[in-house]
Write a protein that binds this ligand. Structure first.
Ligand SMILES: Cc1cc2nc3c(=O)[nH]c(=O)nc-3n(C[C@H](O)[C@H](O)[C@H](O)COP(=O)(O)OP(=O)(O)OC[C@H]3O[C@@H](n4cnc5c(N)ncnc54)[C@H](O)[C@@H]3O)c2cc1C
Length: 439
């Protein structure tokens, strides 16, 4: 009897899952699938990666839940096209269902898998799940993506109806009669077999944040020294252990500022889909030839939190130790790297990509290009935040600095790597020259 394969990727949950709901409604028994994608895993800088452990734990949890419901989840290590070649030969597959992924690598991979599926007589369907509006759904009047966030968010809010945030009934449909138990399923790979060490980092539970936190969010989000200053649900959203619709419903009911941040998330996903080249290149052609200094020793000082600017240093130490840093500190650290040290935003983007548990190409590139002034949507290139003023504004009592810098306040703590006034002028002169040269 034919089956439908449901391919989990950035949606490691059975509840409120658009593609899984559609698969369970086909009338064919469903076999959930996860592929440990060798193409992605081979590129990770370390075999001790908390994201891989997180994914592994979540896939094992899904596998147990699938067994309890009367089905079998397949977990395979390999290259997706090759894995599908094998599965489509081994099983009689009517269709492959999945949820959309908007990253350039993913769109290419999905097109290749769809072609393999078709060659085996199976259909390939993917569904919008991880955002509310995607691709061409919310374009500006010109028929192109809005280049100003305010215009996008206004259109987003005007287009939103209650139905957009309704949960999909996948959990209710996830029952033995809609699933297939495979008698001889291959064993799921262990972390060790895939060449990884178990390495756990703190990630909050896949539940909605406390109501009180959400109600206070606009007051606390820019205070990195406070515990629970923001929702810390970015990892859950990245891997889809929490549905974005759930969090949006809560934000919509309790705090428009939080909803606004989630709209940024939709916006950057849409922009990356339209402009995939921005993953590796500045969007603004006038700023593709900035003569960055790219000083290696200064880059290492930034990575290790030794710039002598406490907000930046505390952030980088937190990132290195935990895989997280608060939004306000991401802004401070990114701005400092690009403007004060004149280091190519792509170096910083790559460092964040290696370290952040919530690393997401669209969000990381979108925000880095915003900070560098090079993006579709960007801060003015001549804006150079003063680290001193940022310190006074966001960590006036240095509580965040004390938390992450054990040597802070002693002679061990480094002197500022560069003077702000000097660095500001140097950045403006350099960016202005790049602009003029392109004219
Ligand atoms: C240089 C830089 C790099 C970043 N890289 C990433 C990244 O790789 N992955 C990532 O998820 N976020 C990234 N962000 C956005 C933001 O900093 C994080 O989403 C946020 O700090 C995560 O913490 P939180 O869940 O407590 O956020 P909250 O403040 O509680 O916000 C709730 C959710 O809204 C979304 N959100 C919040 N701020 C932004 C924003 N500026 N842009 C887009 N979405 C936002 C996130 O999904 C977040 O989980 C980056 C920001 C900067 C300035």
């Amino acid at each position: 009897m034919k089956i439908v394969l449901f391919w989990h990727r950035r949606d490691l949950r059975q509840h409120d899952n658009a593609g899984l709901t559609a698969a369970l409604q086909t009338g064919y028994p469903v076999v959930p699938l996860f592929i440990y994608d060798q193409e992605i895993l081979d590129q990770l800088p370390s075999r001790r990666d908390a994201r891989v452990t997180f994914i592994y734990n979540e896939v094992e949890r899904l596998a147990r839940q699938t067994e309890q419901a009367g089905g079998t989840l397949l977990a395979v290590y390999g290259r997706p096209v090759e894995v599908f070649e094998q599965l489509l030969q081994a099983y009689d597959v009517a269709a492959v269902y999945t949820n959309e992924d908007y990253e350039p690598y993913a769109t290419g991979r999905d097109a290749a898998v769809a072609a393999v599926a078709r060659a085996h007589g199976a259909t390939f369907r993917s569904y919008k799940d991880q955002v509310i509006f995607a691709k061409d759904e919310l374009l500006g009047k010109s028929g192109k993506p809005a280049k100003v966030f305010g215009a996008y968010s206004k259109a987003w809010l005007a287009a939103l109806h209650d139905e957009h945030l309704l949960p999909y009934p996948s959990r209710d449909l996830f029952r033995a009669e809609n699933l297939r138990q495979l008698a001889e399923a291959p064993a799921r790979p262990t972390l060790e077999q895939m060449g990884f060490e178990r390495y756990e980092q703190y990630v909050p539970a896949a539940e909605l944040p406390a109501e009180e936190l959400v109600l206070n969010y606009h007051n606390t989000r820019d205070k990195p020294g406070l515990a629970n200053s923001s929702t810390r649900r970015s990892v859950q959203l990245r891997f889809g252990t929490l549905s974005v619709r759930e969090l949006m419903r809560q934000a919509r009911a309790l705090n428009p500022k939080l909803l606004n941040e989630l709209i940024w998330r939709d916006y950057f996903m849409m922009l990356l889909w339209h402009f995939p080249f921005t993953a590796t290149q500045s969007y603004d052609p006038r700023l593709r030839q900035v003569p960055y200094r790219n000083n290696e020793a200064e880059f290492r000082a930034w990575c290790e939190g030794r710039t002598g600017y406490p907000l930046v240093d505390a952030g980088m130490r937190e990132l290195n130790q935990t895989g997280y840093l608060p939004n306000r500190v991401r802004i401070a650290a990114a701005g400092f790297l690009v403007k004060h040290l004149l280091i190519d935003w792509r170096w910083g983007e790559q460092y964040f990509a290696d370290k952040l548990l919530d690393y997401d190409l669209a969000q990381n590139v979108g925000n880095w290009q915003w900070m560098a002034g090079t993006g579709v949507v960007a801060a003015p290139w001549f804006r150079v935040y003063s680290p001193q003023s940022q310190q006074e504004r966001y960590d006036a009592d240095f509580s965040y600095a004390w938390q992450w810098l054990p040597e802070f306040g002693t002679c061990e703590y480094p002197k500022p790597i560069v003077d702000h006034k000097f660095a500001r002028e140097r950045a403006i002169t350099t960016f202005r020259a790049a602009y003029r040269a392109s004219e």
